[in-house]
Each structure stands twice: as structure tokens, then as C-alpha cells.
Ligand binder design. Sequence first.
Ligand SMILES: Cc1ncc(COP(=O)(O)O)c(C=O)c1O
Length: 419
Amino acid sequence: MKNFMFDYKIISELEMMWGSSFYILNVNKLRENYKKIADAFNSRYENFIIGYSYKTNYLPYLCKELSKLGAYAEVVSRLEYDLAIKLGEDPKRIIFNGPLKSKDDINLALKNESIINIDSFYELEFVKEYALNNPNQQIKVGLRLNFDISHNGTSALQEGYEVSRFGICVENGNLQDALNKLAALENIQLAGLHGHFSTRNREVESYRRITQTLCDIAKENRLDNLDYIDIGGGIYGELPLSFQKSVPTFDDYAEVICQIMNHEFSNFEKKPTLIVEPGMAMVANTFIFIAKVIETKTIRNQTFVLVDGSVHNIKPTMHKHNLPMKIIRKSETAHAIQVFHIVGYTCMEKDYLAHEIQAELPQKNDYIIFENVGAYTIVFNPPFIKERPCIVAAEEGELFIVRKKESIEQFFDEKVYCF
Ligand SMILES: Cc1ncc(COP(=O)(O)O)c(C=O)c1O
């Protein structure tokens, strides 16, 4: 991190203020990520918007920072929508996605002229009702579409699902029905086509298919007046070198996507805006988690390093891959290299922050820094057994709190719990 070397002395000073485990947000890295994604697409296509996927990490400070940089807020619930408003976001710069929207949510989003992508038919009924009740308002909605993006007969979807459960199916005639429903009302305009797919390998080829299919659908249905084509999120960000995995760069994605957009809309008077909704790519490498070593013990033939942290803090999905990490040692004294597991404070057997690490055994009072923990961590990790740790932002040589450590009063909020 620019201007910060998290050595033993600094971390132990930080511990005195913030406790023996905490996150650090690298604000400069966040800005860098935004700029890299924006540059890759802006240099290849004339109208481009980043909609930051709030659910990936809705730390208010982080969302606000991205908004200042130019990102729209991509939200998938009323809670996230209201957060964006609370942060001062212009409602016209909110993209409201997600499978569950109440009538009230839709009324509000339409009244506020937010960008809204319809996921299912029940939402269309709410839109229709709103349109009939507000005949003088020109209403814009987008449709989230569902189509097959498998290649070579293999599913591209996460977990190997054959069929995605989201959006309106193109292949079975549902899209046509939805288009007819929208066309039946004069004051509704189909403003955009949306196609987010959570894929297993985040391959460029999936984005080729998504972009091409959305463009083909726009052309086949003579949707000459589209405001946007939204290809969703799911791209890879920059991985730490220690991951030792080669992944597509932002330029690789942008090259393929923008080439299709430029080609398909070359004759259009109005080229639709291209929207990308990165989550992981924007924030994963902006957070580290620091946890103190409390104890080291050997049970039969296995060695466990207990830290003041939990798998919930760094990978709530409990996947088995070890994250990149550093051991910050109190003493330079050399210890034998051995194999050990890093385990957490909960009472769950499976609370492993890392498996089978081969290194010099960490000692009591050392610290372990887990890297790349910015995506799908603080939004998932439940207040389970222990209060949530604080989050500190590092920016231009300064450290400041952006989420305080939870106290028992907040954990068991008396406005929520009845004692
Ligand atoms: C509609 C939508 N947009 C964007 C994203 C962000 O995906 P990622 O964090 O993989 O970039 C998701 C994640 O599931 C999503 O559902």
C-alpha cells in the first residue's frame, strides 16, 4: 500500500487502537482499479458506464468513493437502493437489478427515473400499473435476458448449473411476450437489454457470447432506440502475483466487447451506452485482513495456528483455496519449516482460514495478513459469536476508521431485539 509498510511495530500500534483483528481498505488501489477498467473501455467505445455492484462490498465509504470517481450504483435490493440514496447518489445514476422488487420498490424507482432492469413477469405487472396511473410520464425500463451461453456443450455457469434462474427467457417466447406487453402501453419505452451471468471461469468467450446475443436481439427486434446494453459483472480483476494464475486483463475483455458493440451499432444514429457492472474486479484486491496469532498447538500429527479471526472474515463461502498471505513476525529467530493450518475463533470444526501452509511456524503474538479479501466478505460475514471487526482506510499516508468495531450494544441492538 502506498506509503504503508505493515511491519510488526506498526501493526502492534494499530492493535492498541483497533483490537487484534481488523481490515484495511487501500483507497489508492480502489481508484487505480476504477481507472484501469474505465480506461480499457472508454478508449474503445464512446459511451461507457461502470455500475459498481454494491452487494460485493457496500461499505459506505467505498461506495461513495466510487461514486465520486464516476461509477453508477448497481443495486439488487431496496436496502441497497436506499443506501445509495442515503449516500447522496443521484437516483438517475442507480441501476436497480435483482430478482425481487416489490410494487413499492418499482414505483419509487420509476418515479425517480432510476435505471431499472426487470427480471420477471410479475415486475412487468407493477410497471404496467404504474404506467397506467402516470399517463403523462414517459417510462423507461430494461429487461434482464436469459439465454444459453454454454460453449462446446459445456455450461459456463458457476457451479456448473445448466440453466441460469435469472431474467426473461429468450428461447421459449417469453421475451416476445414481454416485448408485446411493453409495446401495448404508449408511455413505456424499452430502454435497455441486460445480460449478467455468473460464470465459472470468467472467460472472455462468455462476454463475446453475451454481448453478441444482446446486440443480435436488439437488431432482430428493431430496438433502434435503446439507451443501453448492460453486460453485467463477473469479470476478473487483477490477481496478486502469488495466486500464480493467468487471467484475462481488463483490456482483453474490453477489446472483445467493444469490438462487437462498435461493429453492431456502427450505422446507428444513437449508439447505446455500454454498461459493465464489476464487483469483484473492482474491490477484491483493495482489502486486507490482519489477525493476531493467539496460540499454536499440535494435536496428534497436525499443527493448528489459532488467530483472532474467522474464515467468515476472509472467505465466507469457505472455499478451500488459500488466499495470499504474509506472516508478520515479532522475532527474527528462525523456526523450522513445517505444515500447519490457520484456524479461527468460532466453534465450527470447519473454521479454517488456511489449510496446509508450509512455512516457518508462526508464533504467539505474530500477525497474519490475508490479502485479496475485499469481495463478498464484509457483506456476507454474519455477526456470528463475535462482533464485527473495524475497517480502516489507508489513503495517501493516512489511516482512518471507516467502520468502527461493533460493540455489544450494536450487536444486540435494543431497537431490534426485545429483551
Ligand atoms: C446483476 C449483477 N451484476 C453484477 C454482479 C457482480 O459480479 P462480480 O462480483 O462477479 O463482478 C453480480 C453478481 O452476482 C450480479 O448479479
